[in-house]
Design a protein around this ligand. Structure first.
Ligand SMILES: [Zn+2]
Length: 346
């Protein structure tokens, strides 16, 4: 049997095409301006190649538990394409220091724009898919810890009271970029863990190069009863174990498909199926075989197929049951009824 860690199903190449590229300034590579539901893999010299999705096609719908809609270059296209590729639920993550005001004000407009995009797409017969249902997560990212003060806390509470809000996040510690002083990061993380307890909402955790310290803080403050998601996980087994022991949900995105991250795949084999989640973190972390272009929820089909394959799950009935469990995990955690705090805060 092939080593499941090393096997990434290579999708079939269908054709070579060039895609009209939108103009970007500076050195950022141009993104293809998509007018259809196909996957366009970046090749050399500004060319794109159309590739198929996982073969055989995934047996069930997917939930993207962590996406960022506001920064997407062509948001309507991505939202419509995600629906066509079987994503029926997603949690859009925003930050009061950056894009929360725009997100809370515009989400329903964005959804309408996605429906219009789908109706006008080149291969409109594929548009019969129901639109993605979006919920929101909101929190101050560790990069923005210096934004935190009393006013910011009140502002965050107003967003958390919105019935569309399903989680508090992404919050945590990022000692890789260190964009905010570590003392500020720790203080703001603690304050937001306390808010998760107060509001009854689950936490979406962003932890980078700071897992031991984050765990110590969470142990002191207590993991929220509503749950916690370790987002964008690429931890090797030994470092992952304490998070599994604490009952954390573990979410895998594009990183688990990266060729060099065998450790992440070894970790992904250990997570109990009822604690495993899929995500994209789009527009970042585009999975193989589409690395090099902006990510979107639709590309999660490759991540989901890879997760099944590293866990030794064959396409067909077994993979159908596996995907159904991951979908249930996501909806159970994030498609939640308003908490008592949310009801009283209205
Ligand atoms: Zn994120």
């Amino acid at each position: 049997m092939a080593d499941p860690i090393a096997s990434t199903a290579a999708p079939e190449a269908l054709a070579d095409v060039s895609v009209g590229a939108s103009a970007h300034e500076g050195r950022r590579p141009a993104e293809p301006r998509l007018t259809d539901f196909l996957f366009h893999q970046r090749r050399k010299h500004g060319k794109y190649r159309v590739i198929g999705g996982p073969d055989p096609a995934l047996e069930g719908p997917l939930a993207d538990t962590h996406c960022h809609l506001a920064p997407l270059a062509d948001r309507a296209a991505s939202m419509a394409r995600a629906a066509a590729w079987g994503v029926d639920f997603a949690c859009d993550v925003c930050d009061p220091a950056e894009d929360a005001a725009e997100t809370f004000a515009c989400l329903s407009d964005w959804e309408a724009q996605a429906r219009s995009w789908a109706a006008a797409a080149d291969d409109a017969p594929a548009t019969s898919a129901a639109p993605v249902r979006y919920r929101l997560a909101v929190g101050v990212h560790p990069h923005n810890a210096t934004y935190w003060n009393e006013d910011a806390a009140s502002e965050l509470k107003r967003y958390l009271a919105d019935p569309r809000t399903a989680a508090l996040g992404e919050v945590g510690l990022d000692y890789y970029y260190d964009l905010s002083p570590r003392d500020d990061q720790r203080r703001v993380f603690r304050a937001q863990i306390r808010l998760a307890h107060e509001t009854g909402l689950p936490l979406a955790l962003h932890i980078r190069d700071a897992h031991d310290e984050a765990l110590a803080i969470l142990d002191e403050e207590g993991f929220p009863e509503a749950g916690a998601i370790l987002h964008c996980c690429s931890l090797p087994p030994a470092e992952l174990e304490p998070w599994i022991d604490r009952g954390c949900f573990i979410a895998y995105g594009g990183a688990v498909t990266f060729k060099k991250l065998d450790d992440a795949r070894r970790g992904a084999m250990l997570v109990p199926t009822d604690r495993l989640l899929t995500e994209t973190d789009c527009p970042y972390m585009t999975p193989e075989p589409l690395r090099g272009i902006e990510n979107g929820s639709e590309y999660m089909v490759f991540t989901a197929a890879l997760l099944a394959s590293v866990r030794g799950i064959e396409p067909g009935e077994d993979r159908r049951a596996f995907l159904a469990q991951l979908h249930d995990n996501a909806l159970g955690l994030l498609d939640r009824k308003p908490t008592a705090w949310q009801l009283s805060a209205r």
